[in-house]
Design a protein around this ligand. Structure first.
Ligand code: HEC
Ligand code: HEC
Length: 384
């Protein structure tokens, strides 16, 4: 669990005060303030390709989970934008599945460009910032969390030690034996390769419609106030009034998972909240109830459905949501005001959002692991 740095908190308060003052006028004017400019992602040092190979194998390896049923790729599927968008019947999956026997209460976020999150995420990772302080920490949490992969580091160490392929990979990469820490480093390295730079926005090939959308994005639609910088995120929590996904309270497994997480994080009155408290879970400051960390807008063509709980299905719906001033049920959602956007302007914004995605879905080649350890796609139905 992380807590915000005191100075960034002051900045956040100042920024929200500023936004409160200027946003009601946004229907007609550009957002006030100097926001980090949007642009191509800066180059980062490429991770060691040999270490990446080891990480890629672990990413697809179900032995990383306690009972050997799921891998990282189960929920962050390279064929689905490194999220999980559809269930086995092909229906959209607003909320992620979880370790066999439980279900999650948040949408599985994409891992595309996730390496850039560390440059902005002083608030922490995950939709509400409750996961770790850096990518390596998040990997550890994903491996050990009971509702994620539910294993422990000794088990991971042991399983790697028993596989001659990992033994050799550890020799090559670390000149020594496998350890869980080395496995985490490899997974971290693999995720650092999941970047994309071939988008029409990055290559300067914006259509006329998308160019008009960009003007709106940086101007009267005010998106730049939160989706800024090359990662299109300020890394800060905001409450946009996204409606609750009541499935979290209807489905006993999701409900239990949600209660467990907020109880473990010391949320006051954890047994009575009937909404996702969001960043409040981290800050324990009531004004943060219902705030979520601004997500990146890169590659969103491939990561539907949208928002922390997957309640919006298409980018058109998202833009409609903003045009209406976000959600209105939540008195704490005061940062957005209705936008004066006609139908073609909304289409222009959507065209701009689309221009932030690669022409073809970025993916990663599946690594073949011996058949007995193949991913079981219908894992929830696997008899015990
Ligand atoms: C059972 C499904 C599931 C599995 C398995 C899983 N994840 Fe996740 N992952 C999620 C969900 C859901 C979240 C968001 C949780 C939240 O915000 O509360 C997440 C969040 C993350 C994040 C943070 C992303 C961000 O933008 O802040 C990273 C990084 C990540 N997972 C990597 C991994 C890795 C690496 C593995 C394998 C070791 C893995 N995950 C396994 C479902 C899963
Ligand atoms: C006040 C800050 C703020 C402003 C202004 C803002 N957003 Fe967002 N945006 C967010 C936050 C926070 C989320 C996540 C909300 C959640 O999950 O509950 C989000 C989510 C999104 C998503 C979904 C991404 C995903 O992966 O699920 C899209 C698309 C998006 N915004 C586009 C826009 C557009 C287009 C505009 C301008 C019309 C805009 N945003 C204005 C903060 C903002």
């Amino acid at each position: 669990m992380t807590s915000p740095k005191p100075n960034s908190r002051i900045t956040r308060m100042a920024v929200s005060a500023l936004l409160l003052a200027v946003l009601p006028a946004l229907g007609t004017t550009a957002p006030a303030g100097n926001f980090p400019t949007i642009g191509p992602l800066p180059e980062k040092e490429a991770p060691n390709p040999n270490l990446v190979k080891m990480g890629q194998r672990l990413f697809f390896d179900v032995r990383v989970s306690g009972d050997g049923a799921i891998s990282c790729a189960t929920c962050h599927d390279p064929r689905q934008g490194f999220t999980r968008q559809t269930d086995k019947e092909g229906q959209p999956m607003a909320l992620s599945d979880a370790y066999p026997g439980t279900r999650h209460f948040r949408n599985a976020p994409t891992l595309l460009n996730v390496a850039y999150k560390e440059d902005f995420a002083d608030t922490g990772w995950g939709w509400d910032g409750h996961m770790g302080a850096n990518l390596n920490d998040v990997v550890r949490d994903q491996i050990t969390e009971t509702m994620m992969m539910n294993t422990d580091m000794r088990m991971m160490h042991e399983r790697m030690k028993q596989d001659p392929v990992y033994v050799q990979m550890c020799q090559e990469n670390f000149n020594g034996e496998c350890s869980s820490g080395r496995g985490r480093k490899a997974l971290d390295a693999f995720m650092r390769t999941l970047t994309s730079s071939n988008t029409p926005f990055d290559t300067g090939m914006l259509s006329g419609e998308a160019q008009l959308g960009r003007i709106l994005f940086e101007g009267k639609a005010g998106c730049i106030a939160c989706h800024n910088g090359p990662y299109f995120s300020d890394g800060r929590p905001h409450n946009t009034g996204v409606p609750e996904n009541l499935e979290i309270f209807r489905d006993p497994l999701r409900h239990i998972a949600y209660r467990a997480v907020i109880t473990n994080h010391g949320v006051p009155k954890a047994d009575i909240w009937r909404r996702d408290v969001g960043y409040f879970l981290v800050s324990k400051d009531y004004k943060d109830v219902g705030s979520f960390i601004t997500p990146t807008l890169r590659e969103t063509v491939y990561t539907a459905p949208y928002m922390h709980n997957g309640v919006l299905q298409t980018l058109e719906e998202v833009v409609e949501f903003y045009a209406a001033g976000g959600g209105h049920d939540d008195p704490l959602a005061t940062e957005l005001a209705p936008l004066d956007l006609n139908g073609s302007e909304q289409a222009q914004l959507v065209a701009f959002l689309r221009s932030l995605s690669s022409p073809t879905a970025p993916t990663a080649e599946k690594v073949s692991i011996p058949l007995e350890y193949e991913i079981i796609d219908n894992w929830l139905e696997v008899p015990n």
